[in-house]
Design a protein around this ligand. Structure first.
Ligand SMILES: [Zn+2]
Length: 404
């Protein structure tokens, strides 16, 4: 079962009753977290047994299903807490600060036609939440193959989970093999006997990361006398950085998926799991892996939703192998891969050829064939470039020189 959360803004502020409900919900979650920590339990049912009665006495009229859902949320927080504690990451007692609540799909009604949610608060008291519905939202509301999951309510917006069974991926008729780099996806598109280089450029991601890093450093230095403020400012910086990078990664992923879907391609990516860098701390941050991992994550879940096959390949030696003669070079090279047999190609694109060949040799790409000799060195297809972004950066990142 696949789940996609879609954000809706509300036409008006939440009614008082709903605001009180959010507060009660948060209190129920935090009570259950405390009880769960003491009793060392994390499952929803165990938390229910522990905390239901007590909370019920204090809030006798709260809709029972919301209360159960609060225990579910608390269970999630506790599991997270336990996982991090096991890893040895310093953790404080978890506490939900944000005003929020989650309602299971039996605990609310959404009229998909009008976009009105009917939310029971307690016996005899319901509130209506009127959603702002755009064309984007219509796609989900009108698609009756999607069923409704849970509803998350925040003070200014709600998230509706839409669910569907994962569609069966199509049998690929072509392949799009991509090597993932700090500033671009570089790869090869193979269809029949033709193989062409492809590229999706996102230099801004590294620039934004760099700039936010510098700003964070400055903030830390400036506010050394007040660690609380410094921490808060840094946190805010971090959230903004994530939003701005996320936005770009989604654009890149959409272009790649559109390309693949139109040509019935399988997407081949390197498996970034277990990718550990031994570089220095400074370089490590600059070449930080999270945007790449995030990009893969976005591509994978969107592909799953659309039924586009994605093949993950072990990237070992992919940057050092000659796809023509199979020789493995001792060391990494410059921008171009050169082999004694005469083969030479852009280093990143060469790596993607190797990923493709690994996928084919392991029989992961169906009946696809590929001969590196068919590679057309003089053609480059652009899947994405920053100019294609629908929204440009308000303070114009693109004009700034890249920090190398
Ligand atoms: Zn060679």
């Amino acid at each position: 079962m696949l789940v996609k959360g879609v954000v809706f803004y509300l036409e008006s502020d939440l009614a008082c009753e709903a605001k009180f409900l959010l507060e009660d919900f948060r209190m129920a979650v935090n009570n259950a977290i405390r009880a769960g920590l003491q009793a060392r339990v994390t499952s929803r049912n165990a938390l229910c047994r522990l905390a239901y009665k007590g909370f019920r006495q204090e809030h006798p009229r709260m809709y029972a299903k919301h209360l159960v859902s609060a225990f579910e949320v608390a269970g999630g927080v506790l599991k997270n807490h336990r996982r991090r504690a096991r890893k040895g990451v310093a953790v404080r007692v978890p506490f939900v600060r944000r005003l929020m609540m989650k309602a299971e799909n039996q605990a609310f009604k959404l009229d998909r036609e009008s976009g009105v949610i009917d939310l029971p608060i307690r016996a005899g008291c319901h509130v209506e939440l009127k959603l702002i519905v755009s064309q984007y939202h219509r796609k989900y509301l009108d698609d009756m193959s999607l069923s409704l999951g849970s509803l998350t309510i925040l003070p200014d917006r709600v998230v509706v989970a839409f669910r569907k069974d994962a569609p069966k991926p199509y049998a690929p008729e072509s392949a799009l093999s991509l090597d993932t780099n700090e500033r671009s996806l570089d790869g090869v598109f193979v269809e029949g006997d033709v193989a062409k280089a492809v590229k999706a450029d996102f230099p801004e991601v590294a620039i934004i990361q760099q700039r936010h890093h510098d700003r964070r450093k400055r903030l830390q230095k400036k506010k050394t006398h007040d660690r609380r403020i410094s921490r808060e400012l840094c946190r805010r910086e971090g959230t903004r950085e994530h939003h701005r990078i996320d936005y770009r990664l989604h654009q890149v992923a959409n272009s790649v998926l559109r390309f693949a879907e139109e040509r019935k391609s399988a997407i081949i990516l390197e498996d970034l799991k277990g990718f550990k860098s031994k570089r220095s701390k400074e370089l490590n941050r600059r070449l930080s892996m999270w945007p790449r991992r995030k990009l893969h994550h976005i591509i994978e879940y969107k592909a799953q939703w659309k039924g586009i096959p994605v093949i993950k390949v072990d990237p070992r030696n992919s940057s050092r192998t000659c796809p023509m003669c199979g020789r493995i070079q001792d060391s990494r090279m410059g921008a171009e891969f050169r082999c004694e047999c005469g083969w030479h190609l852009d280093r990143h694109i060469n790596a993607s050829l190797n990923l493709l060949q690994t996928a084919i040799s392991k029989g992961m790409a169906g009946g696809l064939r590929f001969n590196p000799g068919a590679f057309q060195h003089d053609v480059m297809m652009i899947l994405y470039e920053p100019a294609m972004a629908a929204r440009s950066e308000p303070n114009g990142t693109s004009g700034i020189a890249v920090v190398t």
